[in-house]
Design a protein around this ligand. Structure first.
Ligand SMILES: NC(=O)c1ccc[n+]([C@@H]2O[C@H](COP(=O)([O-])OP(=O)(O)OC[C@H]3O[C@@H](n4cnc5c(N)ncnc54)[C@H](O)[C@@H]3O)[C@@H](O)[C@H]2O)c1
Length: 427
């Protein structure tokens, strides 16, 4: 009988636990007690899962005690894989989870990792930790010996996107041997409507996920660079991109802020591994440099517009709309809006407010020491920056948003949300 444990119940782990809990006995485990208490009350602050989803997942329970998952036989790990202050992989959550699993797993159990990593983390780092602590052998070849198995199946969800639910996205799977790959594939096929795609090794599966995000990062970096060039030439980037897209093989990417904990982080994982094995990945690094700099670039562009319109910079008031790392998502991790805020405030001495009604104000304060504004005053700001195009802003439209600006103002649109001629600057 299958009994599944999901380790780490965030954006990835919780929806997964909900789906498995509709079919199999499933226990969601997280080290964060407050999260577990909320989940027990059917409350998901990430907004990925509704009360109805909780109700439908009849075989799911939650715990913050590792002992409660001891008699599971399938363990799926979805803990965070952030970068550290040196932009290097921070594998501590994965290492901690592996250590905890080492203490509780039994003969023939399977540990599947879903966290995004560089190729080699499962086989070379996590499995040896579990092996050492559990004293069980890692069975990465066909074998009848006692031991445990591993697998890797990257999550490819897009938080905030209610249309492309993870059950509709093909699932990449790999196991530590052929039999286990099939077993893992069969398991996911129970919940993934679009089926699975098996690859030959765990390292290959790890590589698939990381390059998906590397590819997006590089493409967005190229668009950002083009936008910088075209802005210097007073050309309309959006018009040019739309025209170029009339050719069938021109890719549909847009310039923008790359924040969050995936696209802006995962390339550093591959950079780290590549450098460690003796190859300097120049292109991937250059893409990261371009994208990491975009917040500062936008702040400078906004200041140039102030000068152009002869609005004095010092103590002028700016309202930034949105701080989440992407639209309709409450996640604020690594948001580059903070770079715009800091540069405008600290370097140019502007008074900067940020309004984002969908994120948690307390989280923003804890993470960035920024107090979000709640109530907007009409006719108050010298400039508006549309940074994140949440539904609420889309519904308001420029006509309503502009009420908060003084008559003489600058409007900067990062998201291409408004017609070019109705704003002073766009990315
Ligand atoms: N969010 C996304 O869009 C997305 C998409 C695809 C892949 N991923 C990858 O999936 C992984 C998880 O991301 P997320 O966004 O769900 O993270 P998250 O921060 O939303 O959630 C992770 C959860 O794991 C818990 N946790 C941390 N250490 C733990 C431990 N040792 N044992 C048990 N629980 C622990 C945390 O308390 C948290 O609740 C990451 O590797 C991420 O890169 C994320």
């Amino acid at each position: 009988m299958k009994k599944i444990a999901i380790i780490g119940l965030g954006y990835v782990g919780l929806p997964l636990a909900i789906e498995f809990g509709k079919k199999f006995k499933t226990i969601g485990y997280d080290i964060k007690k407050t999260r577990i208490n909320e989940l027990k009350e059917k409350l998901d602050i990430t907004n990925e899962v509704s009360v109805n989803d909780f109700k439908q997942s009849k075989k799911l329970s939650f715990t913050s005690s590792i002992k409660d998952i001891k008699d599971c036989n399938i363990y799926i790990v979805a803990v965070p894989t952030p970068k550290n202050h040196l932009k290097k992989p921070n594998l501590k959550p994965l290492i901690d989870a592996s250590k905890a699993l080492g203490k509780i797993i039994s003969n023939q159990d399977i540990v599947i990792f879903e966290s995004t990593v560089y190729p080699g983390v499962t086989d070379d780092i996590c499995a040896p930790i579990i092996e050492k602590i559990s004293k069980l052998k890692y069975l990465n070849k066909e074998s009848n010996q006692p031991g445990f198995y591993c697998g890797y199946s990257p999550e490819r969800i897009n938080p905030g996107d209610k249309k492309n639910h993870f059950t509709k996205i093909k699932k990449i799977v790999a196991g530590s041997n052929k039999k286990i790959t099939k077993k893992i594939s069969n398991l996911y096929n129970q919940i993934i409507l679009s089926g699975t795609h098996e690859v030959s090794s765990i390292k290959a599966a790890e590589a698939v996920k990381v390059i998906e995000n590397v590819q997006r990062d590089i493409n967005i970096a190229l668009m950002n660079e083009l936008s910088i060039i075209f802005n210097k030439m007073n050309l309309n980037t959006e018009e040019i991109l739309k025209a170029a897209e009339t050719k069938w093989n021109f890719l549909n990417f847009r310039p923008g802020l790359v924040g969050g904990h995936c696209i802006g982080v995962d390339p550093y994982y591959l950079i780290h591994k590549s450098t460690a094995i003796g190859y300097k990945p120049n292109l991937i690094k250059a893409g990261r440099r371009v994208n990491d700099n975009m917040g500062y670039y936008i702040a400078e562009e906004v200041c140039k517009l102030f000068k152009k319109k002869k609005i004095k910079l010092n103590k002028s008031r700016i309202l930034i709309l949105g701080i989440a790392y992407k639209e309709d998502c409450r996640d604020i991790r690594n948001t580059l809006v903070v770079d715009i805020y800091k540069k405008l405030k600290k370097l140019y001495n502007l008074e900067v407010d940020i309004f984002d009604p969908i994120v948690n104000k307390k989280d923003v304060w804890n993470e960035y020491k920024i107090e979000l504004v709640d109530n907007l005053k009409s006719n108050y700001y010298d400039g508006l920056i549309l940074a994140v195009n949440h539904k609420i802003f889309r519904n308001m439209g420029l006509k309503k948003l502009i009420m908060y600006a003084k008559k003489k103002n600058i409007i900067y649109d990062i998201k291409y949300a408004f017609p070019a001629k109705s704003v002073d600057g766009r990315l």
